[in-house]
Ligand binder design. Structure first.
Ligand code: SME
Length: 157
């Protein structure tokens, strides 16, 4: 398969970011500190509008570490892009948030979004939610590498 130049650039950027993240993580630190470092690095490297974690606890998702503007703190499980990712345990790539039924607009600036469920032993522990002010910002390349990063976050817990 021939990859587009754009996607191969993105792959290279993720390789670089993942090796930088390995250097940033310090296992002697609190997991919240390490997770915040990861989210901050991703936000500033990819010029992301908002990035954060929602912990899945029973019927709700609760805001955890994040980088960006204040956001919704509690989401009903099964609702919005985050709740859909948590209940289906499927990555949600939303190129146009206005087309996603039940979308929860924490920020009017967001145009596209990706949400990855972090699953361990068939249980969704949290979702990793990333928002962009650009439409169709996320694709399968992001899903592939962000899954690797999300697995690293699971290991930190
Ligand atoms: N848009 C999300 C809500 C979380 S904010 O984007 C930070 C959703 O529909 O679940």
């Amino acid at each position: 398969m021939i990859k587009s130049q754009k996607n191969s650039d993105k792959e290279n950027q993720y390789h670089e970011v993942i090796s930088q993240l390995k250097a940033l993580i310090d296992n002697s630190l609190d997991s919240y500190t390490n997770i915040s470092l990861i989210l901050s690095h991703l936000k500033y490297h990819f010029n992301i509008f908002w990035i954060g974690i929602y912990w899945v606890k029973g019927d709700h998702l609760f805001l955890g570490p994040f980088q960006g503007m204040p956001a919704c703190t509690r989401i009903s499980n099964g609702r919005g892009v985050c709740g859909t990712a948590a209940t289906t345990r499927q990555i949600q790539i939303v190129p146009d948030v206005t087309k996603f039924e039940g979308y929860i607009a924490c920020h009017t600036e967001t145009k596209s979004e990706i949400v990855l469920p972090a699953v361990k032993e068939r249980k969704c522990l949290f979702v990793l939610d990333i928002d962009s002010i650009k439409p169709a910002f996320f694709d399968k390349t992001d899903a592939k590498y962000l899954s690797i990063i999300s697995d690293e976050i699971i290991r930190l817990l």
